[in-house]
Write a protein that binds this ligand. Structure first.
Ligand SMILES: N=CN[C@@H](CCC(=O)O)C(=O)O
Ligand SMILES: [Mn+2]
Ligand SMILES: [Mn+2]
Length: 323
């Protein structure tokens, strides 16, 4: 299996955090994460002997999609803020974690950045690791899609479901791609590839999505759960039903699915939102399913965060997914 390093714009930077000692029982994320490189992960350790796959973090430093979608720019600084929040967390994982650095959109077109990130993600998937993409606005999701669509497993027929934790459908029909369009782009790309997008959303805000967006969702056969219906039990049942119909899952977390008090640092904070307990339980459920192929966390805007609250929640969810 190939283990070549992905093409990136910013190489992995040093991680920092509290120091309690060098031994494993004192270890925190910043001490456990190592740079991803061609020889960092032997092919044999990718998914063997019951050991969970190594996870590889990849930043997608973009907020051009949010800007195009008339939102509050600043999500390009998301990857650094999530890493800074992950660094001090105590390390209880049983898998390797590597950092591949960032693909950035600064000074280049969004579409080119998505394509470049897609190539990096394809190379990670083909190396047998679990990519964890740190956005970036939700335009990150189309980069994730490109990466999966190019992977050997998908080209050989793996049926991947897209589970979006989000207050929004992001099915806008616009002349240019943005943070509001990625799942319509995916639907069209899947149709062009002779497949059908399997897309489900947890946390849809009714007042946050127009009738036109609900109609598009209905036309595409999108399964969704409204935010007000996201009890622990309903959500577990909904996710289990979706998981049962796919071989593998792409989980995309738009942090604006959470209440504004929990996740203020986003472009569009949620008045209602899905409780953190429910979102965290979805992460555990997906991780326990053994079907998680790829994950991204999007829309963190550190410029609007309060006490790093949203970054901490993003880090906590990434940690939970990888336990
Ligand atoms: N990424 C998507 N964002 C939402 C933004 C909604 C808003 O700004 O109120 C959307 O396009 O629907
Ligand atoms: Mn959203
Ligand atoms: Mn979104």
């Amino acid at each position: 299996m190939a283990t070549s390093a992905p093409t990136i714009d910013v190489p992995p930077q040093p991680w920092t955090g509290r120091f309690d000692g060098d031994s494993p029982e004192h270890r925190r994320w910043w001490q456990a994460v190592s740079p991803y490189g061609p020889r960092a992960i032997p092919a044999s350790s990718a998914a063997t002997a019951g050991r969970p796959r190594a996870a590889v973090l990849l930043g997608f430093g973009s907020d051009e999609g949010v800007r195009r979608n008339k939102g509050r720019a600043g999500a390009a600084a998301g990857p650094a803020a999530i890493r800074a929040a992950l660094g001090p967390l105590a390390f209880h994982l049983h898998r390797e974690v590597h950092d591949a650095g960032d693909v950035t959109v600064a000074g280049q077109s969004l579409e080119a950045g998505q394509a470049r990130a897609g190539l990096a993600i394809t190379s990670l998937l083909d190396a047998g690791v679990l990519p964890v993409v740190l956005g970036g606005g939700h335009e990150t999701a189309f980069a994730s899609y490109l990466g999966m669509a190019g992977s050997q497993a998908v080209r050989e027929g793996l049926r991947v479901g897209v589970l979006n934790l989000d207050a929004h459908f992001d099915l806008r029909d616009e002349p240019a791609p943005s943070s509001g369009t990625p799942f319509l782009q995916m639907a069209r790309a899947e149709t062009a590839a002779g497949r059908e997008l399997k897309y489900a959303v947890v946390g849809i805000s009714e007042p946050g999505n127009t009738r036109a967006l609900f109609r598009t969702a209905a036309e595409l056969g999108v399964d969704y759960l409204l935010d007000e219906d996201c009890s622990a039990e309903n959500t577990h049942t909904f996710v289990a039903a979706f998981l049962a119909h796919v071989d593998a899952l792409y989980l995309t977390i738009d942090l604006d699915v959470l209440p504004a008090s929990v996740a203020p640092g986003v472009s569009a904070p949620a008045a209602y939102g899905v409780p953190l307990q429910v979102i965290s339980a979805v992460c555990r459920q997906v991780a326990a399913s053994g079907k998680l192929l790829h994950v991204d966390v999007a829309e963190l805007n550190p410029g609007f965060d309060i006490d790093g609250r949203t970054a901490k929640v993003a880090a906590r969810l990434v940690n939970t997914l990888l336990l």
